[in-house]
Write a protein that binds this ligand. Structure first.
Ligand code: KIV
Ligand code: NA
Length: 264
């Protein structure tokens, strides 16, 4: 099977084929997800919570992401591999270039950054120099202390309009993918329709081009708070590969996310 690239995902969007993404942090899980057909794997800074046991993603370093990106890279053949730029690793254009280079050389195909207007210059700098960018809007967890908690974003009309405007500007700056997290489903739908790049949702309803979940939530082994938008597929299947296939099937058929996973 040929490798998934950003142009494959663009074709899926044009054809209306829903695709699936998962986080992965090591070669074994990543290999299983890849061979079952997950199209996009993210070495997420969610590792701060699910691997390292912190209460947010802020302690994660570039070295942490680079190490896990090297691990995942060795395990996969087909999926597009995105690496998260962690907290404060892209605060200035110079830091952005150095740290994104480290993650690409660790094996990433693309880097992901959280934020809107202030990132436009970095997104075009990276893209022009050969580093594809996935943008991330809505509930951007690196800003949890600014938001005052893990809260749904874009609920009022002004904020919704700002997020939509930022999505359009990020695409114009060169972003090749966009993740939207914890926003009302109608806003996610409007963003998905406004952009020609694929939009991947988490807690953003069923109308985005793709869905992403944290693997620990899919496999029901997250401790403490379990987000309402996630789904434990291991419970209904009893086997890891079958759980991944069930997730892929439910996304493809528009069954996941259901109303119970969605904010309106
Ligand atoms: O770090 C992560 O796992 C993420 C996804 C939830 C999109 O950024
Ligand atoms: Na992240």
């Amino acid at each position: 099977m040929s490798k998934i690239t950003s142009s494959t995902l663009r074709t899926f969007k044009q054809e209306g084929k829903k695709f699936t993404a998962l986080t992965a942090y090591d070669a074994s899980f990543a290999g299983a997800f890849d061979s079952e057909g997950v199209e996009v794997l993210l070495v997420g800074d969610s590792m701060g919570m699910v691997l390292q046991g912190h209460s947010d993603t802020l302690p994660v370093t570039v070295d942490d992401i680079a190490y896990h990106t090297r691990c995942v890279r060795r395990g996969i053949e087909r999926a597009l591999l995105i690496a998260d730029m962690p907290f404060m690793s892209y605060a200035t254009p110079e830091q952005t270039m150095i740290n994104a280079t480290t993650l690409m050389q660790a094996g990433a195909n693309m880097v992901k950054v959280e934020g809107g207007k202030w990132l436009l210059e970095s997104v075009s700098m990276l893209t022009e120099r050969g580093i594809p960018v996935c943008a991330h809007l809505g509930l951007t967890p690196q800003s949890v202390h600014v938001f005052g908690g893990f809260k749904v974003q874009g609920r009022d009309a002004d904020n919704a309009q700002r997020i939509l405007d930022e999505a359009i500007a990020l695409e114009a700056a060169g972003a090749q993918l966009l993740v939207v997290e914890c926003i009302p489903a109608p806003l996610a739908k409007a963003i998905t329709e406004a952009l020609s790049i694929p939009v991947i949702g988490i807690g953003a309803g069923k109308d985005t081009d793709g869905q992403i979940l944290v693997m620990h939530d899919v496999l029901g082994i997250s401790s403490g708070y379990i987000p309402r938008f996630s789904k434990n597929y291991l419970k209904q299947t009893g086997e890891i590969r079958a759980a991944v296939r069930a997730y892929i099937d439910e996304v493809a058929q528009g069954i996941f996310p259901g109303d119970e996973h969605t904010f309106n």
